[in-house]
Write a protein that binds this ligand. Structure first.
Ligand SMILES: Cc1cc2nc3c(=O)[nH]c(=O)nc-3n(C[C@H](O)[C@H](O)[C@H](O)COP(=O)(O)O)c2cc1C
Length: 401
């Protein structure tokens, strides 16, 4: 057989020289990215990202509840063009997905929040920078053309809160997200068992682990020290997780929400609402959006799965308040189920962190592309051309007719 004849029978794959590209090419789902991240990250870092609080009942239920929901597809609806874009705070984004705030992102990859912000630029999705970020408000803004939102944990030092909010406004952040489900930190028991600390403490186990994940350790040891960059120098001891945890203000009430929304003066989001009563109170205060969230099962264990809590909350707030959703989204069909249950868009946390751990900025882009492809396919197969075509009639609980 001549070479030209072989070429006619076989399409040769373009060789990939970059190990990151090769790794990501083999990932087809968010779960694939999770498996790669697990292999590449030190155990304590992977568990910090992957784990939940106490018995992880809520964390598991977030996933199980998605699986209990079934989709009712409609057929013959001309889905030759599917458009999953939505409008959020007056801006059209290509996908109903926002990259959630996650603290200490430089643990997962040495470029941390910068890599996520650049990936958000590439895909045109909003990224919410955490108070607990390891890259500052200003550096992230300089690295990204994505719509940026800033997430605040209320500190005891209200002067510091005001300062952070002013810096975010100055740097062009478009929305302020106040997280309200964290008056105290949840008990992430995997972290206790792993001796997880910031700065990392070095024991025999850490050293052995280092030998098995040399690329992560090399980057960790040769890049700048990990600290809470937004409060560096401003709060004494800002490099230590133990210290920062004591600075959260557990006395926050609805009065503070009104104060903060006034300080900010732009689109304001309350993240961590789990009941219709609280959602109504938020709506009455005029907040722009709420996030129905149980923090990915990382705060109070035994609260319901968010996808179970969502429909009643969406009904309670009416049209004046945008309803966002997170916790447990790993697939495009999960996004479709959340939209059918009353959300305008979803936030994803671990889904992009697994991508980040698997391949840095390119891994975050890959995670988004996976969700994008899955959502478009799900919409086509459900008979939904646009996001507005996804309606409550598309979902039902298994066994409910
Ligand atoms: C590693 C990690 C760190 C997080 N840090 C924060 C944070 O600093 N602020 C915040 O409001 N939420 C934080 N969250 C919660 C996320 O914003 C989001 O609510 C959650 O990840 C959604 O669940 P999912 O991971 O299943 O998508 C964090 C989540 C993870 C996994």
């Amino acid at each position: 057989m001549r070479p030209s004849e072989i070429r006619a029978l076989l399409a040769f794959r373009r060789p990939r020289w970059s190990p990151t590209e090769r790794r990501l090419d083999r990932c087809f789902t968010v779960e694939d990215l999770r498996r790669v991240a697990r292999r590449r990250l030190p155990r304590a870092v992977f568990d910090y990202v992957d784990g939940g609080t106490e018995d992880e009942v809520t964390m598991r239920r977030n996933r199980a509840a998605f699986e209990e929901l079934e989709l009712e597809p409609r057929v013959l609806r001309d889905v030759s063009e599917v458009d999953p874009s939505v409008e959020l705070f007056g801006r059209r984004i290509p996908l109903p997905v926002v990259l959630a705030p996650t603290g200490m992102t430089r643990l997962t990859h040495w470029e941390g929040e910068l890599a996520v912000a650049r990936a958000a630029s590439q895909v045109g999705l909003p990224y919410v920078l955490s108070t607990m970020a390891t890259v500052s408000i200003e550096r992230v803004a300089a690295a990204s053309r994505a719509p940026l939102w800033f997430q605040l944990y209320m500190w005891r030092d209200r002067g510091l809160c005001r300062e952070l909010v002013a810096r975010a406004r100055e740097a062009g952040y478009e929305a302020l997200v106040l997280t309200v489900d964290t008056p105290v930190a949840g008990a992430r028991e995997r972290d206790f068992r792993n001796g997880f600390t910031i700065p990392p403490s070095i024991g025999l186990r850490t050293l052995l682990d280092g030998a098995r994940r040399p690329s992560w350790w090399w980057r960790f040891l040769t890049s700048e020290a990990i600290g809470f960059d937004n409060v560096r120098g401003r709060a004494e001891g800002s490099a230590s997780l133990a210290f920062v945890a004591t600075q959260f203000d557990a006395s926050v009430t609805w009065d503070d929400v009104a104060w903060l929304a006034g300080e900010w003066g732009g689109p304001f989001v309350l993240k961590g609402v789990m009941t219709p009563a609280d959602a109504k109170q938020a709506a009455a205060l005029g907040v722009g959006a709420i996030v129905v969230s149980n923090h990915g099962g990382r705060q109070l264990d035994h609260v319901p799965a968010t996808i179970d809590a969502l429909p009643r909350i969406a009904d309670a707030v009416g049209d004046g308040t945008t309803v966002l959703f997170d916790s447990g989204v790993r697939r495009g069909v999960d996004v479709a189920k959340a939209l059918a249950s009353g959300a305008r868009a979803v936030l994803v946390g671990r889904a992009y962190l697994y991508g980040l751990g698997a391949g840095g900025e390119a891994g975050v882009v890959k995670a988004v592309r996976i969700l994008d492809g899955e959502l478009r396919r799900a919409m086509s197969l459900m008979g939904a051309r646009r996001v507005a075509d996804i309606v409550p009639g598309h979902v039902r609980r298994r066994g409910e007719w």
